[in-house]
Design a protein around this ligand. Sequence first.
Ligand code: NAI
Ligand SMILES: O=C(O)[C@H](O)CS(=O)(=O)O
Length: 477
Amino acid sequence: MLYIEGEWIESQTGEVIQVVNPATGEVIGSVAKGGGNETEKAIESAKAAFPSWAKLIAKKRYQYLMEVATILRSRADQIASLITKEMGKPLGEAKGEVAMAIDYIDWYAEEGKRIYGDTIPSSSENKRLMVIRQPVGVVGAITPWNFPIAMITRKLAPALAAGCTVVLKPASATPLTAIEVVKAFHEAKVPKGVINLVHGSANDIVDVMMESPVIRKITFTGSTEVGKQLVRKSADTMKKVSMELGGHAPLIVFEDANIDAAVEGAIASKFRNAGQTCVCANRIYVQNSIAEQFSERFAQKINELMVGNGLDSGVTIGPLINERAIEKAEDQIKDAVEKGAKVVVGGERLNEGKFKDGYFYQPTLLTNATHEMKISHEETFGPVAPIFEFETEDEVIEKANNSVYGLASYIFTNDASRIFRVSERLEYGIVGINDPAPTVAQAPFGGVKDSGVGREGGKYGIEDYLEYKYLSLQLDL
Ligand SMILES: NC(=O)C1=CN([C@@H]2O[C@H](COP(=O)(O)OP(=O)(O)OC[C@H]3O[C@@H](n4cnc5c(N)ncnc54)[C@H](O)[C@@H]3O)[C@@H](O)[C@H]2O)C=CC1
Ligand SMILES: O=C(O)[C@H](O)CS(=O)(=O)O
């Protein structure tokens, strides 16, 4: 179903999008497939709702958002189970994502009450100067399948807290989770038009968004390729943009690191969501003096990972999202082996027995990786871990920075001086220091270079939904 002007509706064409479980190949549902006409209606609905939503006192918006959080919390387990069926991540990870999604709502419900302005000392006796903060207006939000609830609330929560209204286009692979989120807003009695949901062909829907002068901001999470297209199109109507794009994280293990902690960290960063996150380690750099020891222990831990249907207990690696994802992993491994890499663990797709109807791939470890290989610069978005050896700190920083991406990076060391020397030189928006999972609602998430622009999370994430307005008062004082 689409959600426009506070009502659940079918698409005008009657067309539907089928939703397939990537672990079983089963159709688990279908949703109305909207297009340009429905998107125009959604934009008009958001436009009509904007003045009163923006004018609402912050505490009222806070109350709506807190009610949404309460409703989602009451349904957390069933939403987590739906996420696993829609895109495959293990149930434990899906539960963690639902909790993170609610954290963003909790955090921005509060943050919306702290949108302060300024007064500025006047340079004229009869003037008083001030700055107020106002919502940008109607927002277009476009979200990916790999975090089907958290990427939605990470946009909707700050947008609504700031006083904006939204037209949401979720990934076509995970529309059912998006519906569950919008249901919570509907049941919280958020006024009609504040949130609108349109499923369907990305080109049809997003082109209407990009061409509409009513849409004042686009917030997008997804591939760099699509993000760049949207930034180009945004110029025609000078929209604000927030782009959370691709990544290619280096994970650097120095010889003074706690090796077991580094191995655990590499497992957590590389194999979360079967490697389908923009912040997954894509290159694992190990100082050569500990390379053999690290690789042996890392291989042992990878062999302990269990591949299967994310609903089954004990499963730690679910299916990839589709056939294209499998083929990308196969292509990168083939290329790496042709150029001298060694497959130490895995390296095969799983398509027999309980795996036959899904998109399963073995967690894979490659050693002897070099920068001539595709895997050293193309985002993997799959469960493949290449190890690169290095000699010196300067060498590894130069290699780590040699990427078009700049989202997340990780270092494992216990040397305090090295922590700051290396962190300050890494060209990334995020540095996890002995920490493979830095993302939290109160901190800025985002990157540089081809990883995008803008930040989501924390006091920084609401900034992009606000405009500064300067008031200069000439008075008889
Ligand atoms: N930086 C971040 O926080 C994140 C980045 N990503 C990146 O996204 C990619 C994987 O996610 P995907 O969903 O496959 O990305 P994607 O870019 O294919 O899709 C993302 C969203 O954009 C829509 N879309 C696709 N083509 C479009 C087009 N031509 N015009 C307008 N909208 C379009 C999709 O329907 C979906 O809603 C990876 O590169 C990953 O690194 C994914 C999640 C988070
Ligand atoms: O889409 C992603 O990959 C997420 O942004 C990663 S995180 O926020 O869960 O760290």
